[in-house]
Design a protein around this ligand. Sequence first.
Ligand SMILES: [Zn+2]
Length: 322
Amino acid sequence: MPATQPFALIADLQRLNQQLVELPCPACGGHDPHLIWRRDRYFLTVNLSSCRACGLVYLARGLQGEAQDRFYAHFYPRLMKQPPDAHSVWNYRMIAGYRHSEISAVIGPIDSVLDIGAGLGFFLDACRGHGCGQYLGLEPGGPQREHAVHTLGLGGHVLDRGLDEGTVLPFRPRLITLFHVLEHLEDPGKALQRAAALIDPEGWLVIEVPDIRAPWRGLGLHQVHVSHRSYFCEATLTALLQRNGFGVHRTVREPHGIYEGNLRMYARPGFQARQASPLSPPSPSALAELKAHVLRHIRPWSLRNGYPRSAIRLCKLSMKGH
Ligand SMILES: [Zn+2]
């Protein structure tokens, strides 16, 4: 998709908006959304909603099939600079060291790890640097994988793929990590089932996601993004883990640092799905309370990160020929 005309990016986004389709709830498959907010940070009509059946906040309209493939191949690199600039890269390295220290303080030394959505590779690099013998990353994004494989020298330890039925590992990892990955997936429950099939029975699954129930006024509208399908909180992520073979052992909330309102959950395999509490539809007052919380944080007209800033950023990107 060549984009050499001024404002080509904006015209392409308008076309993309027409290709968005109605989506089911990623957690329970339901089609009963309670609308919270209509448009994302790119002005796409994504219908951010909460599910009346299970309470998950999700996008009731979004990408599917060919439009989704085209988005990740052509738009995502234009909208999200990958690899990021040197300053941000340094920040990613610091975050990886911090995550390594936090996680090993809970689960002990990390001797084998699978990092799903390994990104630039810094977490695997930190594990290797601390003596981890078995480490593997999955990363379908080209520029990120290139950084991990060549710049960090992780080579064949980072594979060009996501997690799917065909994923076969040369070892059973004692740690599986998903840092800001689960919220992007079309079927996060299936991904957890696959992780349960691969992990050491005595192992740990560590997940980080944005917490929709945290304070995130600094992020504002930036929180709502067409590629973020699910907007978890402790309750909805715990329920999803329990329905897919994991029991939660520890929850950590971090207001700042990695992400404004970062939720880190430590889970272990072996949880029987029948023990999970049945889906409990949220009450009308709970739906209203959650909607009010989200609306208080979106701040659409903020000059820092609301629609005016989004419009300027898109115009600048478009004029640069993105
Ligand atoms: Zn649902």
